[in-house]
Design a binder for this molecule. Structure first.
Ligand SMILES: NC(=O)c1ccno1
Length: 231
């Protein structure tokens, strides 16, 4: 998979050189390009924003630099890339979307700042391609970079070969629509708290049943909205 990020803070993504994603890049599983939006400006101050049409507080990101940056990133890229702009006005990002995006050939992330990006950028690229405004939740960040980092992590770990043991991806929260069961390890007793005896019983059927019950109970308690009607 090829991932491109357009941002005014390219250094923000230096952290993608480490951990699993860093290894995936070194192994050629993920190809990453980080592009500074200011490199696509032509004035002395590398201006990327201007006052909002119709008045109002703050500044809006100009369409020209975005047009040049996205044209440059898309040129010679995948035949059908998807362009994602993090936005509180977007569709909700979830594990299902992460799974779907893990199959993409190229994802281009556009990190907005200030009051946002001129709407014509979204409209222009949506005319001939796939553009999505995607939200991590009902809150507002100062820009798209943190949201892009989270999405890259959620998507990247689902790409085959990134996580060493694919089995570890199966029993996770939201994979089967429920929250995951609680996890324990050694020692068997810690500060008077013991590991549930069933987990030390060696009875794999009983352990599986216990874990499923824990998933349902935790989901009912913490996220009843996720509980399917039959449960
Ligand atoms: N809620 C979000 O995903 C978001 C992105 C940028 N600002 O807020």
């Amino acid at each position: 998979m090829r991932i491109d990020i357009v941002t005014i803070f390219p250094e923000f993504f230096d952290v993608l050189d480490i951990s699993l994603l860093g290894k995936a890049r070194a192994n050629g599983i993920i190809e990453l390009g980080v592009h500074n939006l200011r490199d696509f400006t032509h004035d002395r101050h590398n201006t990327v924003d201007d006052t909002p049409a119709g008045g109002g507080a703050g500044m809006v990101m100009k369409p020209e630099p975005w047009g040049e940056a996205l044209d440059s990133v898309l040129e010679g890229g995948a035949a059908d890339p998807i362009i994602i702009f993090p936005s509180p006005a977007g569709v909700s990002f979830d594990q299902k979307m992460a799974r779907e995006l893990a199959h993409e050939e190229q994802i281009v992330f556009g990190c907005g700042r200030y009051e946002g990006i001129d709407q014509r950028v979204f409209d222009h690229y949506a005319e001939n391609g796939r553009v999505r405004l995607v939200s991590l939740g009902d809150y507002v960040l100062n820009g798209g970079e943190v949201a892009v980092m989270a999405m890259i992590e959620a998507i990247g770990r689902l790409i085959p070969g990134v996580v060493g043991n694919p089995e570890s991806l199966v029993e996770e929260s939201h994979e089967d629509g429920l929250l995951e069961y609680p996890s324990y390890t050694k020692p068997a007793l810690w500060r008077e708290r013991e590991v549930p005896p069933v987990l030390r019983s060696g009875d794999h059927g009983a352990i599986a049943r216990w874990r499923r019950e824990q998933q349902i109970e935790r989901t009912r308690r913490v996220r009843p909205d996720l509980l399917p009607p039959e449960l």
